[in-house]
Design a protein around this ligand. Structure first.
Ligand code: NAP
Length: 296
């Protein structure tokens, strides 16, 4: 059997997903393909998403990924959302059971798997998440589930407050998480200057720093963070962002979101094929080599 996977989003020109899944197919010995399915936002978006889902129901696709700008829009078009996708409010992976389509969110575990290789998650602590969109929700969900305290700062503080309310009232945490969350506006980040006990992780969950926004960073340059805080940028293209540079210049350890990208893809691959794709250093190197070849 040859699997057929696809990615719904727009624009998809720079997507690394086909290349990553090609490596997974080779590593697993499974046959298959991964297609880009660009769907722009216009009056026909819902019709096109529904058409792709109908093909999947009929067995034409074995798995679909969803990326910006459709991660929220696909929710009402699916038959079942798991707890994670419901609480996070975004779907990035769709799989089929019979003719029913299920939505899940592999960004949550993708983030935890990658960060967990860099710092001890079991030790707990406080994380500051900058940005309050879909990815911030996934990161907050994962860290709360790992016992962490989570502070979310956004340029529109009501967006951060909404995440706190949604997670606090979700089935996954049954109310116990509200005492472990706080919402801030970017303008209030001064509090960090006073020294924050146990602030172990600062996460950029805004698109600032990504291609086209290279000079941007959500970190106010004047703020000094506790010396043992680590920094994680969900942005991975370019690999070195302004956020990472700022952190390293202050002597902090800092990583980009490339590892998370591969881990979330591996989890989607497992979801569709049942094959447990463990991301080894060799697999990561192979993916990096393929990216370099594609630029030559
Ligand atoms: P999103 O839902 O659009 O949310 C983006 C958040 O950033 C929103 O809170 C937005 O605030 C804020 N923001 C945008 N521009 C800003 C600016 N100029 N200044 C301050 N805040 C700004 O996007 P997302 O899905 O959460 O993705 C966020 C980033 O994470 C993207 O770059 C995405 O590619 C990356 N990501 C990486 C991975 C990975 O595997 N490494 C996975 C998921 C996402 P407003 O609502 O006020 O605009």
């Amino acid at each position: 059997m040859a699997y057929r996977f696809g990615l719904l989003g727009y624009p998809l020109t720079y997507s690394l997903s086909p290349l990553i899944h090609r490596v997974f197919l080779e590593e697993s010995g499974l046959q298959g393909s991964y297609e880009l399915l660009p769907i722009a936002v216009d009056e026909r978006t819902e019709e096109r998403l529904r058409a792709a889902f109908e093909k999947m129901r009929q067995g034409e696709y074995d798995g679909l990924n969803v990326t910006i700008p459709h991660k929220q829009a696909v929710k009402p078009l699916l038959d079942v959302l798991d707890n994670k996708a419901r609480t996070v409010g975004a779907v990035n992976t769709i799989y089929r059971n019979g003719q029913a389509l299920f939505g899940t969110n592999t960004d949550v575990e993708g983030f935890l798997l990658d960060v967990g290789q860099k710092i001890s998650l079991a030790q707990g602590g406080t994380a500051l998440i900058l940005g309050a969109g879909g990815a911030a929700r996934a990161v907050a969900y994962g860290l709360l589930g790992s016992g962490w305290h989570v502070w979310i700062a956004a340029r529109r503080p009501q967006q951060a407050e909404q995440i706190v309310r949604d997670l606090a009232s979700s089935e996954s945490f049954q109310g116990e998480a509200s005492a472990r969350m706080r919402a801030y506006s970017f303008h209030e980040l001064d509090f960090v200057r006073a020294g924050v006990e146990n602030l172990r992780l600062v996460v950029n969950a805004t698109p600032l720093g990504t291609k086209g926004l290279e000079d941007g960073s959500p970190l106010p340059p004047e703020i000094k963070f506790p010396q043992d805080a680590c920094f994680y940028d969900l942005v991975y293209n370019p690999p070195e962002t302004t956020f990472l540079r700022q952190a390293r210049e202050q002597g902090h350890e800092a990583w980009n979101g490339f590892g998370m990208l591969i881990q979330q893809a591996a989890l989607a691959f497992e979801c569709w094929t049942g094959y447990k794709m463990t991301v080894t250093a060799e697999i990561e190197s192979k993916i990096i080599a393929r990216i370099q070849q594609s630029h030559d």
